[in-house]
Structure formats: structure tokens, C-alpha cells
Design a protein around this ligand. Structure first.
Ligand code: ADP
Ligand code: MG
Length: 330
């Protein structure tokens, strides 16, 4: 019982998305720290041993993708792309092409609100905020011309990426987790698992059902009230992604600066506290959620519906907007 409550506490602490379930011997769960965050995999298996082996394989897959797509590793593929893909088309793995292609699609649909070439701005803000400094308008203006997804050339056939400008930085921070959750679920399936959950912080893939045959219950955290959920989703074979300003931010001179940047202004986007999207594929909804956090429901709701997804928006006045069918807790 103690183990169960501790595990549940850990899940609640991961805030952006939390998984609530009754654990029993055949439901096996493990948490590891990967991709700079907490990864929890839960499976329903015939035996604990089978469940643990499947979870280990899923974790290994997430580590493999992290080693490919992390901006913070000197030997990752994405670092290789950023260093050399402006000289000539740079050969990458099919996974990198797939993520880049999904990112490009969402960039186009969101009119550039989501932009995987946001890297130079991310670096500028991270370096400044680390020392309690906010980048000046002048510094931002100098960096902005380096951001523009239209300067990436994706050649699927040759499996290459080419950057048209030398000082661009691709950053998969806003889209790799959803993709990795999909891929880890695929690995679980190959291991014979039909029912389970892969949760990479706020990017969650729910496979099948719980051990008792009911859908998985996933609580969507309120962005400002720590112990309150906006709603509890009941999901089966769906993905959920949450982007918020409440986990990764710094306060400088009483102002909150979070990690989602608006490519139009070069500054942390304004107006939203959290956005959650429910859809069929993590690779699509992870970048979509980041885009919607910038666009808000006014511009974003049509995009959600066109893509056949559901969404919950909370703005900075605490107002909630959601697609029909989502029941909000009051
Ligand atoms: P989280 O990483 O907290 O799950 P997101 O999926 O929204 O949240 O991704 C935020 C990350 O995406 C940032 O840390 C940064 O690396 C990157 N990013 C920030 N702004 C943008 C943007 N406008 N388009 C694409 N990626 C972005
Ligand atoms: Mg995202």
C-alpha cells in the first residue's frame, strides 16, 4: 500500500499530466528520469516479470530517442544537424525525418506559432534567465532572423535535413516527447502488451484499458491550483499532451517568464496558462499543444477541430474553453 501511494504521489507531482489508477500485482509501473523529466510507464501484464521486461524495453526506446534528439548532448544527431546541416544536406535517421516532418506540418498549420527553428531564441532566454536577466529588445531583434521553419529542407527520400542559414538551431523540445511516447507504446505492443500507459511528463499515451477493463483515468492538472484537476479524462488508445507555464519558468522582478516562446515577438507567449490536447498521435498533438499555447482558443479552436482533436484551454484570467464533450470540474 505504501508503495502504491508513493507512486501515485510521484505521478501527481509530475503535474502537467497525472495518471490515476488502482495498482494490483499484474499492473506494473516504473519511473525513470529521461529527457530531462520524469518518465512513468505502467503496463497490465500476465506476470510481474513480463511487465517489468516490457517496461525496460520501452524505457530503452525513450533513451535511444533522447540520445538522438537532445539539444543538450554533444553527440546527439540533432547537435550534428545544427553544427553541419547548413554546409550540405545532412543524413539523419528516419525518426529525425519523421519528427521534423510532423513539426513542419504543425508549423505551417499554425502559421509559424510552432517553429522547430526556435533554438537561437531558446538559448538566448535560457542563458539570460539563468542569471536573472531578461534579454533586451535589441538582443531579440538580432536573433529573430535566425528563426524560420521555411529555411529547413526535408528530403525524405535521401533522409537528409538541410538548413538554409548557417546559424540556425533546430530544437525538438516542443515535439520529441509526444513522438517518443508513441514509439515507446509501439515497443510495448511488440512485447505483447495491449494495455498500458507511457507518460513522459505531460505527454501521455494510453493503450487499451486498465486491468479492471475500464478506460484509463488521466487527471488534467489545474495550472494554478496545485491539488485541483480541471477534469479527469477517461481514455483508451488515445494520446494527451499538456503545455503550461507553471512548471518551467523563472520570476524576474516579479514577472513570470516561461519556456514557450512566441516566434513573432521572440518573447514568452502571453495569454494562456495551460493547454491540453487529446488526439490519436503524440507526434501530432505535442507540437500542436505548444502551438495552441501561443495561439489561444480564438485562433486555435478551429485548428483543433480540423485535426479531429479535443482541447482544453485555460487563459491567464482563469477562463476555461474546451471542445464539446469535455466535462470541466467546477
Ligand atoms: P514541455 O517541454 O514543458 O512539455 P512543450 O511541449 O510546450 O512543453 O515544449 C516547450 C519546449 O519547446 C521549450 O522548452 C523549447 O525547447 C521549445 N519551444 C519553445 N517555444 C517554441 C515554439 N514556439 N515552437 C517550437 N518549439 C518551442
Ligand atoms: Mg509540445
Amino acid at each position: 500500500m505504501k508503495r502504491i501511494s508513493l507512486l501515485l504521489a510521484a505521478l501527481f507531482l509530475s503535474a502537467a499530466g497525472c495518471v490515476q489508477q488502482e495498482l494490483s500485482p499484474k499492473t506494473v509501473q516504473k519511473t525513470e528520469s529521461i529527457m530531462g523529466t520524469e518518465v512513468t510507464v505502467t503496463v497490465v501484464a500476465r506476470t510481474a516479470g513480463e511487465g517489468e521486461a516490457a517496461i525496460d524495453a520501452a524505457m530503452t526506446e525513450i533513451k535511444r530517442l533522447d540520445a538522438m534528439m537532445s539539444l543538450y548532448k554533444d553527440d546527439s544527431e540533432i547537435t550534428g544537424v545544427n553544427l553541419a546541416a547548413w554546409k550540405r544536406p545532412f543524413r539523419v535517421s528516419p525518426e529525425m525525418i519523421e519528427v521534423a516532418a510532423e513539426a513542419e506540418k504543425i508549423a505551417r498549420l499554425s502559421n509559424g506559432a510552432f517553429d522547430v527553428t526556435i533554438g537561437p531564441l531558446v538559448v538566448l532566454w535560457q542563458m539570460g534567465l539563468k542569471e536573472g536577466k531578461v534579454p533586451t529588445d535589441e538582443e531579440i531583434k538580432r536573433i529573430l532572423p535566425r528563426v524560420g521553419y521555411w529555411n529547413i529542407v526535408i528530403d525524405k527520400k535521401a533522409s537528409t535535413l538541410f538548413l538554409k542559414k548557417p546559424d540556425m538551431i533546430m530544437d525538438f523540445g516542443g515535439c520529441a516527447k509526444g513522438y517518443a511516447a508513441d514509439k515507446a507504446a509501439e515497443v510495448l505492443r511488440k512485447q505483447g502488451i495491449r494495455n498500458g500507459i507511457v507518460a513522459i511528463a505531460g505527454d501521455i499515451r494510453a493503450m487499451g484499458r486498465r486491468e479492471d477493463g475500464r478506460p484509463w483515468r488521466i487527471g488534467v492538472q489545474h495550472p494554478r491550483k496545485e491539488n485541483k484537476t480541471l477534469t479527469v479524462l477517461e481514455l483508451s488508445d488515445k494520446s494527451v499532451s499538456t503545455s503550461g507555464d507553471y512548471e518551467r519558468f523563472r520570476i524576474v522582478k516579479k514577472k513570470r517568464y516561461h519556456h514557450i516562446l512566441d516566434p513573432r515577438t521572440g518573447k514568452p507567449s502571453q495569454g494562456m496558462e495551460s493547454v491540453t490536447v487529446i488526439g490519436d498521435r503524440g507526434a501530432v498533438i505535442d507540437p500542436l499543444t505548444t502551438a495552441l499555447f501561443i495561439l489561444g482558443p480564438g485562433k486555435g479552436m478551429k485548428m483543433v477541430k480540423d485535426l479531429g482533436c479535443d482541447a482544453i484551454f485555460v487563459d491567464d484570467r482563469g477562463r476555461v474553453a474546451a471542445t464539446e464533450g469535455i466535462k470541466i470540474d467546477r
